[in-house]
Write a protein that binds this ligand. Structure first.
Ligand code: NAD
Length: 352
């Protein structure tokens, strides 16, 4: 197994160190090589995605990423900003499917801002398209009109084949779960998503066992808060998925609990927590490393097909929670507050 380890910025290095610790404790035959990305890439090579980092990522079977970004880079030209490195690596590796499970551990039911009865038992898989949509569509940019006023343009765009391949991922995952797919669009207003809906309906005929439903994105945002347990698999485009998956993260208590996988057509993947680089808490040993550790479990599951070790990690995370260990973001009265490093130690030792 060849893994490219890209810690990135902010809390990235701290949380990735815990995930690496857990992987090493499994004593697998893994070759891990580290490289800079994001702000760290800009600092070391003047590029948020240095050529050497991209080469390493292309040659690896999987990529473990921390997070990128810091407000201090906001004044850089757009193509030099950390987030461009992230968008580029996803595009270069053709990681078109982003899987974000939102699963509530019963031990954390009281850490959610929603009532325990609304979220307890929650288990949603959000499948977000990652390489298309308004984030990549051309034309884009800011131009000056004849009257001197400036105008910003982005283009929402999806081809039938792009919609079909992300739809397939969602239907395949639903077949292994509760066989329900909710496709989220804005087909009443946006033609791009009208096509999205038509393609999903056509594709569903190949999956007669899966129940397909449709929901407008504004309603989906509301339903996720009102009655989130109604969902099994949600599939949606890049921008809607970006927003809905962050919303879903709060159902689980903290964004620090949510792993993610971004995979290509051959199950090569990049695995990263759903959150950002949290510059406000970087370097303080308070970040929650569980989303990153759970991302490694997803890596073992989706890229390496190693279900036994993936489950070992998931059980070890659960054990740490059952023991009452909590980082600050999920801490409640009566639990033991631990730092990022200690949480990594507890999970690693719970593996055995
Ligand atoms: P963020 O996810 O970094 O932080 C949002 C809030 O959640 C903050 O209060 C932070 O302290 C908290 N938080 C996040 N992860 C946590 C963890 N593991 N444990 C405990 N608390 C955690 O989002 P933001 O503040 O909007 O963005 C900060 C930077 O991250 C920006 O530069 C942004 O561009 C970047 N970003 C990167 C990614 C990525 O690398 N995939 C995703 C989103 C944002």
């Amino acid at each position: 197994m060849k893994i490219a380890v890209l810690p990135g910025d902010g809390i990235g290095p701290e949380i990735v160190a815990q995930a690496v610790k857990v992987l090493k404790a499994l004593k697998l035959n893994i070759d891990m090589t580290e490289a800079p990305i994001g702000g760290a890439g800009y600092e070391s090579a003047g590029d948020p995605l240095p050529d050497a980092t991209l080469k390493l990522a292309k040659e690896a079977d999987a990529v473990l990423l921390g997070a990128v970004g810091d407000w201090k880079y906001d004044k850089l030209e757009r193509h030099l900003r950390p987030e461009r490195g992230l968008l580029r690596i996803r595009k270069e590796l053709n990681l078109f499917a982003n899987l974000r499970p939102a699963l509530l551990y019963p031990e954390l039911a009281s850490a959610s801002t929603l009532k325990p009865e609304v979220v307890s038992g929650l288990d949603i898989m959000i499948v977000r398209e990652l390489t298309g949509d308004i984030y990549f569509g051309q034309p884009r940019g800011i131009s000056t009109l004849e009257n001197g006023e400036r105008e910003g343009i982005n283009t929402m765009r999806y081809s039938e084949s792009e919609i079909r391949r992300i739809g397939r991922v969602a239907f395949d995952i639903a077949m292994k779960r509760n066989k329900r797919v909710c496709s989220v669009d804005k087909a009443n207003v946006l033609e791009t998503t009208e096509l999205w809906r038509q393609v999903m309906i056509k594709l569903s005929s190949e999956y007669p066992e899966v129940e397909l439903s449709h929901m407008y994105v504004d309603n989906a945002a509301m339903q996720l808060i009102r009655a989130p347990k109604q969902f099994d698999v949600m599939v949606t485009g890049n921008i809607f998925g970006d927003i809905l998956s962050d919303e879903a993260s709060m159902l689980t208590g903290s964004i620090g609990m949510l792993p993610s996988a971004s995979i290509d057509a051959n199950n090569k993947g990049m695995y990263e927590p759903s959150h950002g680089s949290a510059p406000d808490i970087a370097g303080k040993d308070v970040a929650n490393p569980l989303a990153t550790i759970l991302s490694v479990a997803m890596m073992l599951h989706y890229t390496f097909n190693d279900e036994a070790n993936a489950q070992k990690i998931e059980h070890a995370v659960k054990s740490a929670l059952v023991l009452g260990c909590r980082t600050a973001d999920i801490w409640t009265e009566g639990c033991k507050k631990v730092g990022c490093n200690e949480m990594g130690d507890v999970v690693a030792s719970a593996l055995n």
